[in-house]
Design a protein around this ligand. Structure first.
Ligand code: SF4
Ligand code: SF4
Length: 97
């Protein structure tokens, strides 16, 4: 099983893997459910100009997890294609070999 805190995934540095939740701010209602739900703390609130916003720390997101998509009441969270991400990981693995 993949450890949630590791900085590499399948031998590839985590920050090179483009897997993270994207928030559609047109839909987001800043309810905070994703902040509470994500067990690795990939979401947090940020306050700017007196306005609260939910933001993402992309590298914290567990590669291929999609858990928060289902709990967002506004359907505001999406992730990239698993197939495309897998291809990128394989390319990076080959480049390293
Ligand atoms: S759960 Fe959805 S609507 Fe609520 S703060 Fe997160 S992204 Fe926004
Ligand atoms: S997909 Fe999983 S790890 Fe990533 S932000 Fe959502 S709940 Fe957290």
């Amino acid at each position: 099983m993949t450890k949630i805190s590791e900085e590499t995934y399948e031998g590839v540095p985590r920050e090179k893997i483009p897997w993270d939740p994207k928030i559609d701010y047109e839909k987001c209602i800043t309810c905070g459910k994703c902040v509470d739900f994500c067990h690795v703390g990939a979401f947090k609130f940020e306050e700017k100009d007196g306005e609260k916003k939910t933001v993402v720390n992309p590298n914290k997101c567990v590669v291929f997890c999609r858990g928060c998509e289902d709990i967002c009441p506004a359907d505001a969270i999406t992730h990239p294609s698993e197939e495309e991400t897998q291809k990128i990981i394989e390319k990076l693995q080959k480049a390293k070999a």
